[in-house]
Design a protein around this ligand. Sequence first.
Ligand SMILES: [Zn+2]
Length: 217
Amino acid sequence: MSQRSARSESFPQIAASLSSIARSFYARGWAVGTSGNLSAVVDREPLRLAISPSGVDKGELAANQILMIDEHGRVLSEHGAKPSDESSLHLTIVRERGAGAVLHTHSIWNTVLSDLHVAEGGLAIEGYEMLKGLHGVKTHQHREWLPIIENSQDMLALAASVGDTLRKHTDAHGFLLRRHGLYAWGADPAEAKRHIEILEFLLEVVGRTLLLKRSNT
Ligand SMILES: [Zn+2]
């Protein structure tokens, strides 16, 4: 992934794009009941991340609710709000991948498939034209391996599992947390959004195909 300059967009611009992405994910049913979270790099040296607050309705997320955190997840903005519980996962993905933005959804299809394929440790998606929407993928013959990580409420342990998985699967564009959701990232919010859209589309295709095959036998 190409790394952008240390500061490509201002905090207000980044906050506006994150809140608009949140509202669009909510509208598609990928972030209901205050689930899901979003972040983007504001500065790399020292690391500054714009991130959605914890427990907020993503259908109504406004740009002025987006927080700024440091590399330890401490809030630097002057709000009383708490950053997302999953901040440490966002920080891990930014460090491991040089990502400029990290997005997380809780859709029905990503939740179903993250459980169905847990025994294999991941899910292979291969042969679909839509794979070409993933950064660096040139052909539908690409095989995307989406690792599945066991869920946990211990965020330090979960961040360590995420780090191990990303180092092991250096080509992955995203991963699933079991019975929880999907993470994907990109060089900027627009690319991360595209990756979520592509992966959510493909997960729904895989899930619906399984259902149709089952009902035809
Ligand atoms: Zn989550």
